[in-house]
Design a protein around this ligand. Structure first.
Ligand code: NZQ
Ligand code: ZN
Length: 388
């Protein structure tokens, strides 16, 4: 088990508690920038609820709308300019991971004064940013309760992370009801994103394990396996939506990586795919993860992959570690491509081989991907090939 520091300052209001929104915002000031995506919050009625509450309580509200899935750096810059012109005190993000991440980019660029891409490329942690309050509408990324943002530059085909305590949301409103309107496809993609965030920190090899966390991780993955099909069939099933929503926050709020080895290989590989082809993040992960597990399967990883299958997918006991691990990967693939109904190859998403070599190099950022198994650009390209 590795040493760790745990510090997560986001205050979460879970359930029907939006009444506390104005007092949460008020502590930062009365000038709010409301950030949202392509209109789902208008269709669901959440936009009217929120703007009604803000105007009743005397807030001055500016808006940044149309945040793209895979949010663009240009949209962050546009938001930062509004913040400077309107002297914004606090940012209110209402939406999924893209809206929250864009708000984090806006908050950092507004406080810093430079183009967000310059700040991202500098690679420093963000200490200073405008405060952010979140109303979550998609159970997926964990952005509601973490210090990360992932921003895309479509001119250069890059998708990069920005991180630091400055951009960690001060408060998050998580009402499962706000996810009732999520389409089946987004529910499935979000769920697999949650699942993969756990795998990123799952004990796959070596001695460094922490039993309490391992069991917790397996429970979160089981929760995703149990409740995603329910939410897909019955979008207004509160229990299913609530379990997925809290799983989203737990998977990336650093509770589950305490003491463990962090290996975000699948995320690094997927970010390149969505940078080049603008696909949905969770879908890219679902295609990559079973192939990555197959690629890293050997005597050192087989026992843990088998354990994952036994605990999460009820794979039968009593097999050899290698056979059990293969069955576990099959069970994971079945979950992704049959239960979640996601297309199983890059080819089906219209992705060709033309950029695979560049994507592989970029995912390693000029070196290698370090983790459970070190991956070179050549390894990554082979994994991409397995996904075709
Ligand atoms: O834009 P609107 O109209 O709101 O529609 C969105 C969008 O089309 C829709 N949606 C969201 N909530 C809805 C809804 N539709 C109906 N009802 C609702 N309640 O769903 C679509 C996808 O939304 P988006 O925010 O893009 O999805 P998600 O939450 O999966 O966010 C994905 C982004 O987050 C990044 C991903 O790379 C991707 O760019 N990530 C951020 C992380 C972080 N900050 O820590 C970690 C993750 O690993 C991930 O990389
Ligand atoms: Zn993710």
């Amino acid at each position: 088990m590795n040493d760790f520091i745990f510090h997560n300052p986001t205050k979460v209001y879970f359930g029907d508690q939006l009444g506390a929104l104005t007092s949460e915002l008020e502590q930062y000031g009365k000038n709010v920038l409301l950030v949202y995506g392509g209109g789902s919050i208008k269709k669901s009625g959440l936009y009217d609820t929120v703007t009604g509450m803000l105007s009743e309580s005397g807030f001055k509200t500016s808006e940044l709308s149309g945040v793209e899935p895979n949010p663009r750096h240009t949209t962050c810059n546009k938001g930062a300019e509004i913040c400077r012109n309107e002297k914004i005190d606090v940012i209110l993000a209402v939406g999924g991971g893209s809206t929250i991440d864009c708000s984090k980019g806006v908050a950092a660029a507004a406080a810093d004064g430079r183009d967000i891409w310059e700040i991202i490329k500098e690679g420093k942690t963000v200490e200073k940013a405008l405060p952010i309050v979140v109303i979550l509408t998609n159970a997926a990324t964990g952005s509601e309760m973490d210090m990360w943002a992932v921003i895309s530059n479509i001119e250069t085909n890059e998708k990069e992370s920005l991180g630091g305590m400055g951009i960690q949301p001060r408060a998050a409103f998580e009402n499962p009801v706000y996810t009732y309107s999520l389409p089946e496809y987004q529910t499935a993609c979000g769920a697999f994103d949650i699942f993969n965030h756990v795998i990123d920190n799952y004990y796959l090899a070596g001695d460094a394990t922490f039993d309490m966390i391992l069991n917790f991780q397996e429970n979160v993955m089981k929760t995703v396996v149990k409740f995603t099909p329910v939410a897909m069939k019955e979008p207004e099933n509160y229990e299913a939506r609530a379990n997925l929503m809290w799983a989203s926050s737990m998977a990336l709020n650093t509770v589950l990586d305490a003491g463990m080895v962090h290996d975000p290989a699948c995320h690094m590989m997927e970010h390149e795919v969505s940078a080049y082809y603008d696909i949905t993040h969770g879908h890219g992960l679902a295609i990559i993860t079973p192939r990555w597990l197959t690629y890293i399967l050997d005597e050192s990883t087989a026992p843990a992959i088998y354990r994952l299958g036994q605990k999460v997918f009820d794979v039968q006991d009593g097999m050899s570690a290698m056979d059990g691990a293969r069955k576990s990967i099959d069970a994971l693939s079945q979950f992704c491509f049959e239960t979640l109904g996601l297309k199983s190859t890059f080819t089906e998403l219209g992705i060709g081989r033309e950029h695979l070599e560049d994507m592989a190099k970029h995912s390693c950022h000029g070196g290698v991907l370090r983790g459970i198994k070190t991956l070179t650009p050549d390894d990554v390209q082979k994994i991409y090939e397995m996904c075709m």
